[in-house]
Write a protein that binds this ligand. Structure first.
Ligand SMILES: [Ca+2]
Length: 133
């Protein structure tokens, strides 16, 4: 029983801290918030494991490398860098815009880079992901 108590004491703060990053991304990406049945963004958006934690995928490492002023600022800076974190040929910002996973090379948009760049530009460009005041 004592081990279980310590496990819960350690687990609860971890479980409560990480959803804040996830919900920040949902807001910044202008996505539909989670419902009790559906998670809009899973932990594998930035982590290799479905339950989060270390290690991070390429996009998660890009965010971590830009982590200066909080998750929303680091996200915006990462997207502005036009990096292709998973090396699938699509810049992270294009994958965020298209709804594919910027840290998973098996997940990529099924339209051309040029078509996505044109659509992103018409939608407001990377500034549409600028942190909200
Ligand atoms: Ca991808």
């Amino acid at each position: 029983m004592k081990k279980l108590t310590w496990f819960l004491v350690l687990l609860i703060p971890l479980a409560m801290a990480r959803p804040g990053y996830r919900t920040a991304l949902i807001g910044q990406f202008n996505l539909v918030p989670d419902t009790p049945e559906i998670r809009t963004i899973g932990c594998t958006y930035c982590h290799t494991n479905a339950s989060g934690g270390s290690p991070w995928n390429g996009f998660g490492n890009t965010l971590r490398a830009n982590f200066k002023g909080g998750v929303t600022t680091s996200l915006y800076e990462a997207l502005k860098s036009l990096k292709d974190s998973d090396g699938d040929g699509y810049a992270d910002v294009l994958e965020v815009f298209a709804g594919s996973l910027p840290g998973d090379p098996t997940s990529k948009p099924n339209v051309s880079v040029q078509a996505l760049e044109d659509r992103l530009s018409k939608a407001g460009g990377v500034d549409m992901y600028k942190p909200k005041p």
